[in-house]
Design a protein around this ligand. Sequence first.
Ligand SMILES: [Zn+2]
Length: 443
Amino acid sequence: MAFWGQKQEPENEQVQQPASQQSLDENHQNLIKTKGRTPSIDLAIKLSDLILEHAVKERASDVHIEGQGANLRVRFRIDGILQDMLNAPRNAELPLTQRIRVLAGFDPEPPTSFRTEEGRFQKIIAGRPIQVRVSSFPTVNGEKLVLRVLDRQQLGLDLEQLGMDESNLSIIKKMIRNPYGIFFITGATGSGKTTTLYAILKNINTPMINVITLEDPVEYRLEGINQAQISAKTGFTWAEGLRTILRQDPDVIMVGEIRDYESAEISLRSALTGHLLFTTIHTINAPSIIERLFEMGVPPFLIASSMLGAVSQRLVRKVCRNCAQKAAPPSEVVVNEFIKNMDPIEGKVVKELILEANANYMVEKGCPACRNTGYVGRTGIFELMLMNEDIRKQVLEHSPTDVLRRTAIQAGKMKTILMDGIMKARSGVTTLSEVIRVTATLV
Ligand SMILES: [Zn+2]
């Protein structure tokens, strides 16, 4: 049996593929062939480089390095889903995790008492600078490292690249040119909120305006924009940061997140006094942002007079162009079952949208190009709610989310996140099952 827990290489080797086309596993096998199998720092450096190169090549957002029984397991999160990439014997773990600990600025040895650690480093990988954020966590199986890979090239900081349809795109471009007001972005962790915020800032930034951000943490450095990082340790909180920013003569302010009355109140008031603000808030959809602000104690008149609108978003995987197959629309029985718990008006729109003629539905299959997942890359699905007279009236009446939502759909012609997802499935960008997977918690 092979020492590394992998099957033996065949005796008569085939012509080797170039390194860039080989899997992490194959490259790892070649590495131990030239370097020997004794765990050493030299091997660990090469192996960590190999893992990072593959992570960038495979567009992984996170790399998990963890002990699993006798094995060291390396997994990549690609398009939001974790995938096994490498299993090596456990005794390779020590030098490898030490190497990454040193890169991240930690002590080489993991702490003996329970303590989580965070660090970061930058490295030239695949010819460009890649930032890596490292988090260490002590488990009963030993240390678990998670590396967040921040690749600007993958980020696509243009509004046009986010996946908005033309109507949403033109509305948002017009709205972010308002001289003052506040605009909210909501969505689960990893739904692309930060990317959308950065794309908006990049779109409106010119040397003639002063753009300041308050973030926790600053994820990417943006050119020409003043970015500041929240630090609870030094008392630089959201509220304190906002007060400081307002003395810096800003035109546009981005507040990473609003989570309490104090920061909500300062944000909405400054939106009334000539500043344009963008922020995120944790809610399930766009209309429920208003109820969340009510819960924080923000008075309805302040919301009604300062809010420009809100967008809620999720990311869906794009179906692999190489192997996807055409699919028939679902039967009416299936659709009826799917919409039975929805608001009747919304359900009707959803049903018509799914069953309308001329759809180009696809179903995922799987091939080497997509690592047999059926999907490559991701795109956003959006729900854009604009403040208008009807919604303003509901806000002033302190209406609950379901009333606001119905008003936005009926009077404001708001397309929900599910409807936008169905449109993307209809055009063959993604599949209906993927849209339902991603929006399942919304209906
Ligand atoms: Zn494929």
